[in-house]
Design a protein around this ligand. Structure first.
Ligand code: NAD
Length: 251
């Protein structure tokens, strides 16, 4: 059965772990050619290996998305190697929780630089290629980009920025056939969520407000939503910020 992704060229950031890895594998399993990029090269080989094992085609590229020149170089290399770029999935991200009044300049700049800057740098480099193929961008924002998450000043600001950037690009390029959407997951079972440390004196009540139902989403479920938004079946969907959160945003 045709998947609609045969031969499509997809670039995924953050592909070494969690949602990015699941996304790269989901596109690969549907016959896409997947450029798997991440700052952590050791684990990238596992993603590429999994795609190749399922019969797909993939390449690994080391990439710090916060480095604008490196972002451009990665897009160009991918487009050159495979003759274009059809889909960009901006997944790479970092989380830092702290009291707003204690957050360091370094943490603020790092979180904004990777989550928002990286999404912008990758999109800016990819758009000329995507416009040639009526392609699309799917960004991974967060429920934290739609609601206030205590201790998440930098993270929430970066993800709200990703939601805004998604909408801006969706409107700006709609008439030229480029679609831009984002997903806004709540808690997803990945190293990002299991490894975070809240401030010592955090108020659990405030943290719990971000989940209506005490459940985590699997990375593969988020990947399926990303694949759907990038698919021909979603051809009329543009500029959405899709919560994947058991109803928390609706509450
Ligand atoms: N896990 C959750 O609960 C959750 C919820 C909402 C949104 N998100 C978002 O999902 C995305 C993926 O996170 P995850 O949960 O899979 O976490 P993860 O830690 O498993 O994966 C994040 C990946 O991004 C990579 N990365 C970090 N900095 C980078 C950089 N500068 N350049 C390139 N790659 C870099 C990491 O090496 C890692 O492989 C992030 O944008 C995160 O904010 C996660």
């Amino acid at each position: 059965m045709e998947t609609g992704f045969e031969g499509r060229v997809v670039l995924v950031t953050g592909a070494a772990s969690g949602i990015g890895r699941a996304t790269a594998e989901a596109f690969g399993a549907r016959g896409a050619r997947v450029a798997c990029t991440d700052i952590r090269t050791d684990q990238l080989a596992e993603t590429v290996g999994a795609i190749e094992k399922s019969g797909g085609e993939a390449m690994a590229m080391a990439l710090d998305v916060a480095d604008s020149a490196a972002a451009t170089a990665a897009v160009e290399r991918c487009a050159e190697q495979w003759g274009g770029l059809h889909i960009l999935a901006n997944v790479a991200g970092v989380l830092k929780l702290d009291h707003a009044h204690q957050l360091s300049d370094e943490d603020w700049n790092r979180v904004l630089g990777i989550n928002l800057g990286g999404t912008f740098f990758m999109s800016r480099a990819a758009i000329p290629h995507l416009l040639e193929h009526a392609g699309c961008i799917v960004n991974v924002a967060s429920l934290a980009g739609l609601k206030g998450q205590a201790y998440g000043a930098a993270y929430c600001a970066s993800k709200a920025g990703v939601v805004a950037l998604t909408r801006v690009m969706a409107v700006e390029y709609a008439a030229r056939g480029l679609r831009v959407n984002c997903v806004c997951p709540g808690g997803v079972d990945t190293p990002l969520i299991s490894g975070f440390t809240p401030p010592d004196d955090f108020d659990p009540e405030l943290v719990n407000r971000l989940s209506l139902v005490p459940k985590m989403t699997a990375p593969a479920e988020v990947a399926e939503s990303i694949v759907y938004l990038a698919s021909p079946a979603a051809g009329s969907i543009n500029g959405v910020a899709l919560p994947i959160d058991f109803g928390t945003h609706a509450s």
